[in-house]
Structure formats: structure tokens, C-alpha cells
Design a protein around this ligand. Structure first.
Ligand code: 5GP
Length: 187
């Protein structure tokens, strides 16, 4: 049995990575373990600890960084986000694909460490579409929204570093394209 693939799903904040990943799970054509990240951000309404993120304090996060417990981690508009390394390794060792839904700095770290990773960058149909998504779901203040928008512009410039670029013009179409990419990675 071979090791499970490592799938990196990245793209600017607000592009719909989570929605596309959810659709990918619902379509059921491919199976994978979704790596739940750790963050110092406060939960949004409806978010569940252990399902959406593991919500931790900055102290806990920093201790894990020091102990080398993250495959990658990054600071994103004032909060830290990281991928627990041991969980990813243990699923992959069992032959199960692992999907990481992460921002671009973290994705760069993983691409450098794991050149075999299947890296996928999701792009929005337009910047306006991205802006309305970021505004629509945000529970944050205008200054934080502006930082997220500025960040999104610079993140969009990184698309060419990825093996695959997928347009999120329709969630279902994008999810099907990603399912095909994952299936092809096993051939
Ligand atoms: P949000 O606060 O909107 O949930 O996440 C902000 C950004 O951090 C998003 O682009 C999200 O995909 C990314 N992110 C979530 N988990 C991780 C992680 O473990 N590592 C990195 N580098 N980024 C993450």
C-alpha cells in the first residue's frame, strides 16, 4: 500500500476553499481526511471546536511551534494558523489522502517540504466577487476587512506557483475538477 497523497487547497481568503471542499466531500467521488487546523482566532458564530478548527490560545500555539508540532504555520491578519504534523503523517502512512485547506504562505512551506504534494490554487471569477464574499461572511470590523482584501490581492499573484489553478465559477464544477485532479494523482 502506498502512502496517501498530500493535497494542498489554497487561494485567497474568501475564494470559497471551504465551500468547495465541502462539496467535494458531499459528491463522494474521492475520499480524503480533511486536516483540521489549529488557530488563535476566535470562533465565528456556528464554528465548532475540533470540526472547523482547534481553537487555542497564543501561548498554546507558540509552544507547539517551539516543539516542532506543525507541518506548516503562518500568521494571517493578526492570528496564527497551523497544520498539526502528527495527524497528517499518520493518515498518510495508512494510505489515506490528506487535504490541507491553507493560505499561501503555509502552502509554500508545504510545497518546499513535500515536492510531491498535489497543489491546487482556487481563483475567483473576479476581485469584486471575492470582495463581496469577504464582506458577506465577515464578523470583523472594517479595518480587518480591509486587511483581508489587501492580503487577497497579494495572494492572487501566487497562483503560478501551483500545479493546478481551478476557477471557482461554480462550486460544483470546481469541486468536480478537483476530484478529477485528485483521482489523476493516483494513476
Ligand atoms: P479564516 O480566519 O478565514 O478561517 O482563515 C484565514 C486564512 O487562513 C484562510 O485562507 C484559511 O484557509 C487559512 N488557514 C486555515 N487553516 C490554516 C493552516 O493550518 N495553515 C495556514 N497556513 N493557513 C490556514
Amino acid at each position: 500500500m502506498g502512502k496517501g497523497s498530500l493535497i494542498i487547497l489554497s487561494g485567497p481568503s474568501g475564494v470559497g476553499k471551504g465551500t468547495v471542499r465541502q462539496k467535494l466531500e458531499d459528491l463522494g467521488g474521492v475520499s480524503f481526511y480533511y486536516s483540521v487546523s489549529m488557530t488563535t482566532r476566535s470562533p465565528r458564530p456556528g464554528e465548532v471546536d475540533g470540526r472547523d478548527y482547534f481553537f487555542v490560545t497564543r501561548e498554546e500555539f507558540e509552544k507547539r511551534v517551539k516543539d516542532g508540532k506543525f507541518l506548516e504555520w503562518a500568521e494571517f491578519v493578526g492570528n496564527c494558523y497551523g497544520t498539526p504534523k502528527d495527524v497528517v503523517d499518520s493518515y498518510r502512512e495508512k494510505g489515506i489522502d490528506v487535504l490541507l485547506e491553507i493560505e499561501t504562505n503555509g502552502a509554500e512551506q508545504v510545497m518546499a517540504k513535500c515536492p510531491d504534494a498535489v497543489s491546487i490554487f482556487i481563483v475567483p471569477p473576479s476581485f469584486e466577487a471575492l470582495e463581496s464574499r469577504i464582506r458577506g461572511r465577515s464578523t470583523e470590523d472594517e479595518a480587518t476587512i480591509q486587511r483581508r482584501l489587501g492580503k487577497a490581492r497579494s495572494e492572487l499573484e501566487k497562483a503560478s506557483q501551483y500545479k493546478y489553478v481551478v476557477l471557482n465559477d461554480s462550486v460544483e464544477r470546481a469541486a468536480k475538477e478537483i476530484a478529477d485532479i485528485i483521482s489523476a494523482s493516483h494513476r
